[in-house]
Design a protein around this ligand. Structure first.
Ligand SMILES: [Zn+2]
Length: 113
């Protein structure tokens, strides 16, 4: 499952941050998830709870910040908002749109004790 490896990646980031920051408990993990990423939030939430067991983030809350999608339209020579990866340009209808933001998932911050 794609979300399981994402959750394991988050666990790695959290454990490294805990080792460097010297904290023993993570209360919540704030994630930025782009509208154009293929992350299933509910599936990720489930995997998150599973992989964080017996770590500093056992029982931590997973908070999600939505990042809107945007792309560069070659016809318009402009950045346009798009809601899915292969959506046409909302201005001119062209499919020559290169996604430029909202394609990734990343850890924004950790709330720790
Ligand atoms: Zn366009």
């Amino acid at each position: 499952m794609h979300e399981m490896s994402l959750a394991e990646g988050i666990r790695g980031i959290v454990q490294q941050a805990a080792a460097e920051g010297g904290f023993a408990r993570v209360r919540s993990v704030v994630l930025e998830i782009g509208a154009l990423s293929t992350v299933e939030v509910e599936a990720l939430r489930f995997c998150f709870d599973v992989v964080m067991r017996d770590t500093v983030a056992d029982g931590a809350r997973m908070e999600v910040v939505d990042v809107p999608g945007a792309g560069w339209c070659m016809q318009c020579s402009a950045t346009v908002p798009i809601s899915a990866l292969y959506d046409p340009c909302p201005t001119c209808g062209s499919y020559q749109v290169q996604a430029t933001s909202g394609t990734e998932m990343r850890v924004r911050e950790l709330e720790v004790d």
